[in-house]
Design a protein around this ligand. Structure first.
Ligand code: PBG
Length: 307
């Protein structure tokens, strides 16, 4: 009688790759999640594959930050290097590039700042950022990414990336759009993980958590621009958005069980308040029941055994 069954095929594992370390470093606010040295990327991708995970999404933690995030535009920069390592490790693994600048900019925002924002509090120059995103997508594709995943919520990002990829012969590379991404406090531990601090907030580009209808409009806009997969993020607090979107599109949907969701579960487990396995399976099942086809979760490796 069960309507919804989550399997390992539904899971995507996020990995943090840090060019400044030689041993794995646990993320303080995310027990059990690590920054991996570049030399471990291949092993981690193989480990995920052996667990039955079919897709990974990579985040870079760089020492080379500047106002533009230019390290991510270089063919020998961290983003390209980690994607090449993952690509070479397991030919069958779906390798996803997170396309954003916040991990690579010294001001920590997701694009270039407007010159009229001298205190660097987060007024991003949308269209100047689009041109950089085009370059970044092509660099990711050249490095072997199967999917590029723009996460900066710039208006027009999907169309800009689609055009650039096609022009460079990467018409086979898909786009998983962070389509309805809310300006959320649930990202706190992630910023710890990627060593990103910034002034102000992301409310000039990410969505107001109060807006459900606008989220649908944003997502359908990305579909129109050519997105292959639409993502809702965070997960548990936005299941209504996911379910509404499921009714409005035939595209595959993804959901991101973000860092704060992971940390809340981990810390409650450590306090003896809840049963880890049961609660993780319950949350993953809720995502799928609400309409998601893919689930990005830091629990992917463990959940692969629990499901
Ligand atoms: C980058 C990005 C963020 C996350 C994924 N990509 C952080 C943010 O927007 O501040 C969050 C992931 C998580 O919290 O697990 N734009």
């Amino acid at each position: 009688m069960r309507e919804t069954v989550v399997t390992r095929n539904d899971l995507v594992l996020p990995l943090f790759v840090n060019e400044g370390i030689s041993e794995p470093v646990e993320v303080v606010s995310m027990p059990g999640v690590f920054n991996w040295p570049e030399s471990s990327v291949a092993d981690e991708v193989k480990r995920a594959w052996e667990n039955g995970i079919k897709a990974v999404i990579l985040f870079g933690v760089t020492k080379h930050k500047d106002a533009l995030g230019s390290d991510s535009l270089k063919a020998d920069g961290l983003m390209a290097r980690m994607l090449r390592s993952a690509r070479a490790a397991v030919p069958g693994m779906v390798v996803i590039a997170d396309n954003c600048f916040c991990e690579y900019t010294d001001h920590g925002h997701c694009g270039v700042l407007k010159t009229g924002d001298p205190d660097q509090s987060g007024v991003v120059d949308n269209d100047a950022t689009l041109a950089n995103l085009q370059q970044q997508a092509v660099v990711a594709a050249e490095a072997g990414a199967d999917l590029v995943a723009p996460s900066g919520m710039m208006d027009g990002m999907v169309e800009a990336m689609r055009v650039a990829l096609d022009q460079h012969g990467f018409d086979h590379v898909g786009i998983m759009a962070y389509a309805a991404k809310f300006a959320s406090s649930f990202y706190g531990p992630f910023r710890d993980a990627v060593d990103s601090t910034f002034k102000g907030n992301r409310q000039t580009y990410q969505m107001d958590s109060a807006n459900g209808r606008e989220a649908i409009a944003e997502a359908l806009q990305d579909e129109m621009e050519g997105a292959d997969i639409l993502m809702v993020k965070p997960g548990l607090a936005y299941l209504d958005v996911l379910a509404r979107l499921r009714d409005q599109t035939d595209k595959p949907l993804a959901v991101y069980q973000v860092s704060g969701e992971y940390s809340m579960i981990k810390h409650a487990v450590a306090a003896g308040a809840i049963d880890e396995k049961a609660i993780v399976v319950e949350t993953l099942t809720a995502f799928k029941r609400a309409g998601s086809d893919l689930i990005l979760t830091y629990y992917a490796n463990e959940a692969a055994h629990w499901l």
